[in-house]
Design a binder for this molecule. Sequence first.
Ligand SMILES: Cc1cc2nc3c(=O)[nH]c(=O)nc-3n(C[C@H](O)[C@H](O)[C@H](O)COP(=O)(O)OP(=O)(O)OC[C@H]3O[C@@H](n4cnc5c(N)ncnc54)[C@H](O)[C@@H]3O)c2cc1C
Length: 382
Amino acid sequence: MDFKFSDREELLRKTARDYAEKELPPRMEAMEETGEFPVELLPSMGAMGILGVITAPQYGGIGMGQLARIIVLEELGRVCPAIPMALQVHHMCTYAIGTWGNDEQKAKYLPRLAKGETMGVVAVTEPSGGSDVAGLQTTAKLEGDNYILNGRKCFITNSHTGDIWVVIARTGEGGKGLSAFIVEKDYPGAKTGRKENKVGLRGANTGELAFTNCEVPKENLLGQEGMGMSIAIRDIVECGRPGMTAVALGILNAVCEQAVKFANERSLYGKSISKLQAIQWYLAEIYSDLEISRLLAYRVGWMLDEKIDCAAESALAKQYACEAAARSARKAIEIHGSYGIMKEYPVQRLLRDALVTIPAGGTAEISKLVLARQALAVFGQG
Ligand SMILES: Cc1cc2nc3c(=O)[nH]c(=O)nc-3n(C[C@H](O)[C@H](O)[C@H](O)COP(=O)(O)OP(=O)(O)OC[C@H]3O[C@@H](n4cnc5c(N)ncnc54)[C@H](O)[C@@H]3O)c2cc1C
């Protein structure tokens, strides 16, 4: 196994870091207040290849892999985690169209998404329960040249900034009766609903999509009828969970930086608190969680690029890194004493951001189901 990044990946990391440090801090206060994603950055993100990092060059992307994507999201998240939250779902949309779309669909939608003309959306979750994908209720009925969609999606990232939606809807019975569609925001009967007011990752907007006799041209079916469940699950496993892992990794980087900075600067008993063993233990635990999460994240990126099945590794990385980000942010707050819960210090925001990563892309309990299944399969042979 080779732990060395390619020159291209190193360059991408540096470029993403420089971009994040220059462009994101001036916008973060407004993002926090308004809950709005800074859409004015989309063209520059497109030009740098951030939006089309996993999109093939023939469709306007830079055709790098999932490891490169994790690197970019980590660097952006180190400065402002809401940005990679939004972008990771945008990538899920490009991944779905790039993987299951036909040539016409790819040519029509991917260049717009790679360039940053708009953002991509993937809509699976419904008010009836996100964990029970097979039970979703939005219907799609073929009538003439259109599928007619009726139903409602909730907790959808980029709901109010994305114009290209990959929507999972029911064309038949049970889990095998789901299909995926590319829906444009302007299609008759498609509407955005309420915007959620989240405690963290506020700059990535989350909201509802509603379909009332929404007319979707039949050529916008993604893959074949009945493939919706497999598209949804594979998009989550191969793109969504690695993406959420990278968001959490970005948060862990920021938590570690803030914890060390404060511990070095705060002086008690005539010396820096970083000399106190209790504080050093916190730092050691935070640092360990960062490094473990990083290894788990990069392993998944590497496995995906090598086309190795990694459903369990993807669930493990996501679940571990998101929980690690939350517990590490909590420890960083302890290091700060009362300053930790003051708005001027970023650690309180990092805790709020980390908490939001936990259900997004599948809850901790659902990840544990995947991991238990893996443990039973690997060690249960007697
Ligand atoms: C910031 C954010 C962004 C999101 N973005 C998107 C998006 O872009 N697109 C999208 O489709 N969805 C998105 N979601 C939705 C997310 O995927 C769902 O919220 C998640 O899957 C959980 O669904 P739920 O909230 O309906 O909880 P439920 O499914 O109702 O679960 C409730 C509780 O029951 C537990 N539970 C459920 N089933 C089991 C089981 N079998 N065994 C044990 N425990 C179980 C859950 O773990 C949870 O604790 C986003 C969510 C967030 C927070």
